[in-house]
Design a protein around this ligand. Structure first.
Ligand code: DOR
Ligand code: ZN
Length: 389
């Protein structure tokens, strides 16, 4: 089957052009630049209505709560919420119940995702068994199922464990993603370990100027370090709402925005962290982000004149590159994981309309700009103007 998406503005990390895009067998077969309505025989037409066509978003950091915490979210509700937000690939964290820390648990989640056929799943393995201080997981068997390891939710306090984790990330060629608390001091420790041991480090949800400064310096020294921001740390400062890391100062927020503008921050994740009302009332940290992430990022980027191409790089191209994933760019031959957005469309955040099982957010009533119109996975539209298909 051939499908032609007409009348779009094609945007990826290096493109911003009017055009059209032909899909065949779930892949991008041809891209028409500066030609929005090519005349082709025997194709199904999807009219893009002049909106923006981008590679599907790839979230480097989310919590799907499956298995065991499925009263907050499960893989199906999480992936449906993600598709509504324009995400086609998710890197899910391991802080479930039980913790995902062996090959069987990794395989079980990958099988579940495959059966659902909603988003592509990269399932993090924990770095240590049950998030213990120093019992590293079995890398040989787990690496068959994942390229991502993280104890996110918890800091890796034990320096020797972190050193061994980094060394293993070279031996087994994986990304070690860290939740750092205290943030800057832990990142500085890990940079020293990178110098000694090598390794592939991804620092999750950075929130402070000092942390970014340390990472910029480490990059200049040639270390393999990347980092991500979240929608909420870019969108607001000083909000009284529990999230780890906490909302920071306006100075920190502006430094992070500068890091997005100048290329020093690599990825825009979500840290989608759904919680029930009861759990929030008891102090669980986290914000439900899938369904507002693009609009929050888009608002910040447009307020600061950062182009959409850069947002696409941070939401798709760099995450794909870092985790060795398909998609990420509008390229002939690439998988047709795509999202159509209307950057101008305004909406008000209404958490009671979330597809997610939870609706924990401090941003109810917020006016945002940038709407996901539809999301396509492997050539099939799976979210369409308000409906999951
Ligand atoms: O706010 C957060 N929530 N930060 C984390 O690191 C963990 C997450 C969660 O799992 O709820
Ligand atoms: Zn975290």
């Amino acid at each position: 089957m051939k499908q032609l998406i007409t009348h779009v503005r094609l945007v990826d990390a290096s493109t911003d052009s009017p055009g059209a895009l032909l899909i065949e067998n779930g892949r991008i077969a041809k891209i028409y630049y500066n030609e929005t309505n090519p005349h082709l025989e025997g194709v199904a037409i999807i009219d893009g209505g002049g909106h923006v066509l981008m590679p599907g978003f790839i979230d480097t950091h989310c919590h799907l709560r499956d298995p065991g915490l499925t009263y907050k979210e499960d893989m199906e509700s999480g992936m449906k919420a993600a598709l509504k937000g324009g995400f086609t690939t998710l890197v899910a964290m391991a802080n479930t119940a039980p913790v995902v820390d062996n090959a069987d648990k990794l395989k079980a989640n990958l099988d579940k995702a495959k059966a659902l056929d909603l988003c592509t799943l990269v399932q993090n393995s924990a770095l240590t068994e049950n998030f213990s201080k120093d019992r590293l997981v079995d890398f040989e068997s787990t690496r068959k199922y994942t390229q991502a390891y993280s104890n996110d939710g918890l800091n890796i306090d034990d320096t020797d464990t972190m050193a061994k984790g980094l060394a293993a990330s070279t031996t087994y060629d994986f990304i070690l993603a860290t939740h750092c608390e205290p943030e800057t001091a832990t990142v500085q420790r890990d940079i020293e370990l990178l110098k000694e041991k090598g390794g592939h480090l991804h620092v999750c949800h950075i929130s402070k100027k000092a942390t970014l400064d340390a990472i910029v310096k480490a990059k200049k020294e040639g270390l393999d370090i990347t980092c991500e921001v979240t929608p909420h740390h870019l969108y607001a400062s000083g909000v009284d709402y529990k999230v780890h890391p906490p909302f920071r100062s306006e100075e920190d927020r502006l430094a992070l925005i500068q890091g997005c503008a100048d290329g020093t921050i690599d990825c825009c994740g979500t840290d989608h962290a759904p919680h029930s009302h009861e759990d929030k009332a008891k102090g669980s940290p986290g914000i439900n982000n899938f369904e507002t992430a693009f609009a929050m990022y888009h608002k910040v980027f447009s307020d600061h004149s950062i182009p959409l191409t850069r947002l696409s790089e941070m939401m798709s191209a760099t995450p794909a590159k870092r985790y060795g994933l398909q998609g990420g760019l509008l390229a002939e031959g690439s998988v047709a994981d795509l999202v159509l957005v209307d950057p101008q469309a305004e909406f008000i955040v209404e958490p009671n309309t979330f597809v997610s099982k939870s609706n924990n957010t401090p941003f109810a009533g917020e006016h945002l700009q940038g709407r996901v119109l539809w999301t396509m996975k492997g050539g099939a539209i799976r979210y369409d103007y308000g409906q999951t298909l």
